[in-house]
Ligand binder design. Structure first.
Ligand SMILES: [Zn+2]
Ligand SMILES: [Zn+2]
Length: 352
């Protein structure tokens, strides 16, 4: 029999989040059952629940930055034991057989309908169910999709690593951020602040790019070697053609051309997360004249996520978070939309 757990979710697109119960499946041989301690609030949760990305199945519980304790394991589980600290990110299933999965890129699984997201998808394990996320007391996930959270990391501050962290770490690794490279992190919010920390940890000369002069000191505190204030033309001009890689977290509609001009020869502008539209056509000539390119990246593989977590343990890297109780989630959503959060909200799941 499935077991019922408490959760916070929405019953309709326009409805506020309210307490509810959801069912979790019985542990299968390869499953890990996790009692959730903390779950980060990602902007994707808000877009999903409010129907910005299409019609959703309700009731729906979001949350894909999940950290907790293993409380039960299936008979075939080998990597986790009861009591371990474990994490779950954006994905709960990939096929493990397609070319991309075999190459270790399970987040780009090519099987029909895959990879399966942690919430809002038809549940591949229980016909008729919808996958439900981490604003809940427990979750049951296949071992191969569960992350080992180093015990030295603060659990609440580690939770957003599972989405915000890997979203920044993966493109930095893929495009070889490291010693000798100058890396720009564009937009210094929940994603961007992690980008600055990772670019620095990987050894790159790290340049924070923010529209807000008020954030310059903060960017330095995060580890930025230099800061560009994008609203200041002289600041932008001083950095023309000096950056090798820009990872852009800009969430809204914007003009990409001024940022492309910051790229030197072979420079790459990588778009991550949920982006708006371009307000101006891309100047193709500006790409041609310096071998520049525009690319995209989305979260990261399980393998890369574990690698990132281990780097975080080595260097003591975590997210800067504000911990909230379950009764503050609706307010937190409003504050995320308004940009009124110092990086990331994390729910204390003991309050659910
Ligand atoms: Zn997310
Ligand atoms: Zn696959």
């Amino acid at each position: 029999m499935p077991h019922t757990v408490r959760a916070i979710g929405a019953t309709a697109e326009s409805a506020p989040l309210t307490p509810m119960t959801i069912d979790r499946r019985d542990v299968l041989p390869n499953d890990v059952r996790i009692a959730i301690d903390y779950c980060g609030i990602c902007h994707s949760d808000i877009h999903t629940l409010r129907g910005h990305w299409g019609a959703m199945p309700y009731p729906l519980v979001t949350g894909h930055e999940i950290v907790g304790r293993v409380i039960e394991v299936g008979g075939a589980v080998t990597r986790f034991a009861v009591g371990d600290t474990a994490g779950v990110g954006c994905l709960i299933k990939s096929c493990q057989e397609c070319d991309n999965c075999r190459a270790g890129d399970d987040h780009f699984c090519q099987a029909p309908g895959h990879p399966i997201l942690t919430y809002s998808e038809p549940d591949p394990f229980t016909p008729g169910w919808t996958t439900q996320g981490g604003y809940s007391q427990e979750i049951v996930v296949t071992e191969s999709m569960v992350l080992r959270i180093p015990e030295s990391l603060d659990k609440a501050s580690a939770a957003p690593l599972l989405c915000a962290g890997i979203t920044m770490y993966s493109p930095l690794k893929h495009w070889n951020a490291g010693p000798g490279k100058t890396v720009g992190i564009l937009g210094i919010g929940g994603l961007g602040h992690m980008g600055v920390k990772f670019a620095k940890a990987l050894g790159a000369h790290t340049v924070a790019i923010t529209s807000s002069p008020d954030k310059v000191a903060l960017c330095r505190e995060l580890g930025a070697d230099d800061v560009i204030v994008s609203s200041d033309e002289s600041s932008m001009a001083a950095w023309s053609e000096r950056i090798d890689l820009i990872v852009s977290t800009l969430p809204g509609d914007h003009n990409v051309n001024p940022y492309i001009n910051l790229l030197g020869l072979d420079g790459v502008y990588v778009v991550v997360g949920a982006v708006g539209s371009l307000t101006h056509p891309v100047s193709l000539y500006s790409l041609m004249r310096r071998h520049r390119s525009i690319a995209g990246s989305q979260i990261g593989s399980i393998r890369e996520t574990q690698e990132m977590l281990d780097l975080c343990a080595r260097d003591g890297i975590t997210c800067d978070v504000e911990i909230i109780g379950a009764d503050q989630i609706n307010t937190a959503f409003d504050r995320v939309v308004a940009g009124d959060v110092q990086f990331r909200f994390v729910i204390d799941n003991s309050t659910i």
